[in-house]
Design a protein around this ligand. Structure first.
Ligand SMILES: Nc1ncnc2c1ncn2[C@@H]1O[C@H](COP(=O)(O)OP(=O)(O)OP(=O)(O)O)[C@@H](O)[C@H]1O
Length: 258
């Protein structure tokens, strides 16, 4: 579903690469955590998928298309297949929750009756039934993120990209958001999530791709957050989320660049 082939990204002449010969294959329906220290290249990875940036070298394929060579007028079509959520929610502050979600359908020309039926369904799915008339400022942080997720998935994208979606939330609220992302993933949506949240990564035990200075240093099925950042002894995961394989450690699948 997403394939990076020897991808390097250099932002400015002479600067060290933000990504350095990265090769990663994400299958349809996978849930992948992108981890690594600040500046390791996680957001750059996501922006290449979105075609906000183009690789300096290598190829990026999204749903079978070479996105770097996509002509400009095809970029909106690519982005329709991608839902995106951010740490800071990015809701339109002058619109209600319902309008924020509806807007994502209006801009792609969905008929009014489809919007009228679909928005309440997706608000129910994310746990915001009855809150459609609220303004973003009348919601908690967790509810704002749920609204942002509703907006991201209302068009049923094949891929959901999440850049630190729990970064502004407390641990309990974060867990609720992760349960939601897990549910969305189980409906078949491929999820790639950049995060610094070690507890969540350690609890969910999904595939972990770790970047360090733009290089993939670990690509592990059902991985944990990583040894270097951990300050506690690894006593095994607590299967808070009923993810398949929760609480089990799988062997390292592939390691590149180290
Ligand atoms: N638009 C840009 N122009 C120039 N350099 C950039 C740009 N975006 C990112 N970089 C640089 O590329 C490197 C990787 O940054 P990136 O934002 O991808 O890391 P990150 O892992 O997402 O970090 P964080 O966890 O802090 O969000 C950093 O050295 C950063 O300074």
């Amino acid at each position: 579903m997403i394939r990076f082939e020897n991808v390097s990204k250099v932002y400015a002449r002479g600067a060290r690469p933000a990504l350095d010969q990265v090769s990663v294959d994400v299958e349809r329906g996978e849930f992948v955590f992108l981890v690594g220290a600040s500046g390791s290249g996680k957001s750059t990875f996501l922006s290449l998928v979105l075609r906000e940036q183009r690789p300096t070298r290598g190829r990026v394929y999204v749903a079978g298309r070479d996105v770097a060579n996509l002509s400009g007028w095809r970029v909106p079509t690519l982005r329709r297949q991608l839902g995106v959520v951010f740490q800071d929610f990015r809701l339109l502050q002058n619109k209600t929750v319902h309008e924020n979600v509806a807007f994502a359908l209006q801009v792609i020309g969905k008929p009014r009756h489809v919007i009228r039926d679909t928005v309440p369904e997706v608000l129910e799915m994310v746990g915001l039934t009855g809150k459609g008339k609220r303004m973003p400022t009348e919601l908690s942080g967790g509810e704002q993120q749920r609204a942002a997720i509703a907006r991201a998935i209302v068009n049923r994208p094949q891929i959901l990209l999440a850049d630190e979606p729990t970064g502004n939330l407390d641990p309990t609220t974060s867990l609720g958001i992760m349960r939601l992302l897990d549910r969305i993933n189980r409906t078949g949506t491929t999820v790639v999530m950049a995060t610094h949240d070690d507890e969540i990564v350690n609890e969910m035990r999904r595939r972990v791709v770790e970047l360090s200075d733009g290089v993939v240093v670990r690509d592990e099925a059902r991985g944990g957050y990583g040894e270097r950042e951990s300050i506690l002894p690894d006593v095994g995961a607590s299967p808070v989320l009923d993810a398949p394989g929760s609480g089990t450690r799988a062997p390292v699948q592939t390691v590149r660049g180290s």
